[in-house]
Design a protein around this ligand. Sequence first.
Ligand code: DX5
Ligand code: ZN
Length: 214
Amino acid sequence: MIKTAPSILAANYITLGDDIKKIEDAGADYLHIDIMDGHFVPNMSFGPGFVSAIHPVSKSVLDVHLMITEPERYIKQFAEAGADIITIHTESTADPEKVIDDIISLGVKAGISVKPATPVEEIYRLLDKVSMVLIMTVEPGFGGQSLIPATLDKITPLYNEIKRRGLEVDIEVDGGVTADNVHELTSRGANVIVAGSAVFKAKDPAAVLAEFKK
Ligand code: DX5
Ligand code: ZN
């Protein structure tokens, strides 16, 4: 089953409560919340307080994507804020396995992400622990970029490895996803589709989400 995860980085922050309701009525499964620290990536966005504010007004799975250095410093705060899934970057910490264990011990699902230049095989040792692998299809840091085609080559090998081990691990893709390229991603094995601009800037977000799920 394909799940959609609109990235609220591209939403209107002034009308966010209404926009979340609209996007959920339109069929969103997850809300993807991009956390950036101005260090791991050259941009800043939201903190745990933002997730706490969204938690009571959303009925979606809160999919928190941490683009921060040493995420171990903040996972407890994001768990308490109401995150359902916390995804960290393998490049952001000395011991991703320990951080994954700590996320799970907080009662939250854990995801692991790779930037475009990081081989996906680097995270295979974590597949038995995580609920999701996030393949970045752009350089993390900004919405509105174009998908990097070479990143697609990671999806099928990862999908095959997950099946070979008999695991239930979701494959999420994030960055530059549109109604025009989404089927290339899902046909390769991606099943959680993040999209910011393509959803929030669309005239008819429900039609875009429906196209993603086809
Ligand atoms: C980029 C973020 C993405 C971003 C996607 O660093 O991780 O989630 O919001 O935005 P679009 O879909 O506009 O590329
Ligand atoms: Zn993201």
